[in-house]
Design a protein around this ligand. Sequence first.
Ligand SMILES: NC(=O)c1ccc[n+]([C@@H]2O[C@H](COP(=O)([O-])OP(=O)(O)OC[C@H]3O[C@@H](n4cnc5c(N)ncnc54)[C@H](OP(=O)(O)O)[C@@H]3O)[C@@H](O)[C@H]2O)c1
Length: 372
Amino acid sequence: MKRKISILGSTGSIGRQALEVIEKLNDKFEIIALTGGRNITLLNEQIKKFKPKYAYAENPKDIEGAKYATLEDICSNTENDIILVAVSGKIGLKPTLTAINNGIDIALANKETLVMAGEIVMPLAKTKGVKIIPVDSEHCAIHQCIKDITMVDRLIITASGGPFLRKSIEDMKNATVEQALAHPRWNMGKKITVDSATLMNKGLEVIEAHHLFGMDYDRINVVVHPQSIVHSAIEYIDGSVIAQLGLPSMHIPIQYAITYPERFEGIKSRSFSFSEIARLDFEEPDWDKFKALRIAYDAGKIGGSATVCLNAANEEAVYAFLEGRIKLFDIINIVEDTMANHKVIKNPSIEEIFDIDNEIRIKTKEKFISKV
Ligand SMILES: NC(=O)c1ccc[n+]([C@@H]2O[C@H](COP(=O)([O-])OP(=O)(O)OC[C@H]3O[C@@H](n4cnc5c(N)ncnc54)[C@H](OP(=O)(O)O)[C@@H]3O)[C@@H](O)[C@H]2O)c1
């Protein structure tokens, strides 16, 4: 039987690679819906090729060859066996909750969903018997390593270090958008690429791991590994360390997530060879240069609305940086300042999360307007 799937964000970096995986495994999947935002040319090409019943675009009139449906409609459609949530930013949260409420399994790329509302999303998924399979390569690695979570002592999340790993703080302060987008290992959407340059992405991943695997922050470590071959590891209480390795390709974790628990022959550019790789390096993160990582850990430990604040301030500041309105380091200063002034609400409801998110975005925008 074909697995019925919808892809939210099919025109993005993860979405496009997911369609490459599905094309390779075309006898295993039937696509129910594809969604884009503004890239209507690509969305219509995808509709023509993969023939989904439904599609979403910012402007419904632009869709050719499929019925218009909102992200919420798509996630309410119980024809779906699984939904790949690969939109970027806060827009992933509501549709994910809708899909969970409808008992549909989730392949989750959109880490902001768990950063904003992990305390609501994970228990809800458990109650509804819904699987949340991580797409992020680090969490996918951990998911593959864990047999019995109760025996795991700590999670070790690897970080490539991004384009500024060997640059000074001064270089980073004066970085252009082009330099921040020049990631040495991964070709991703702009928002996550900037987050990878500041290491905020790693901080968001730590929070994501905390929710996905129910692990205390003190037992989640980050290690810099520039080659991006070891995608993450776990240490069991007896000292055994299990890591997952592979060439840096998002096809592998995407395929793992959408075919779980089965495995099929995948898209491989070449076979894995230890001798070709020859060496693997690991080092401590530079906590001064990558202050974002510390800020994210702190937000995670505070919990409640602190991570909503972190995510909203960061997202708005990253967009302002991409528009050339602020400098790279301003992102972190703005997030830090916003966090310092945020009055944390413990256990916020979903409505409160969206209210806080809105409020923080408005306040953040005011901050960078004063910088222009
Ligand atoms: N890229 C990676 O390798 C990677 C790895 C791990 C995790 N992730 C996570 O996966 C998510 C997606 O990342 P990405 O790199 O694929 O992002 P991306 O390339 O920027 O793609 C984002 C997708 O979301 C759509 N979108 C944007 N705004 C929208 C809106 N208002 N309404 C509906 N759709 C909208 C975009 O449509 P249009 O382009 O048509 O406007 C596009 O399809 C992020 O949460 C990221 O953190 C990504």
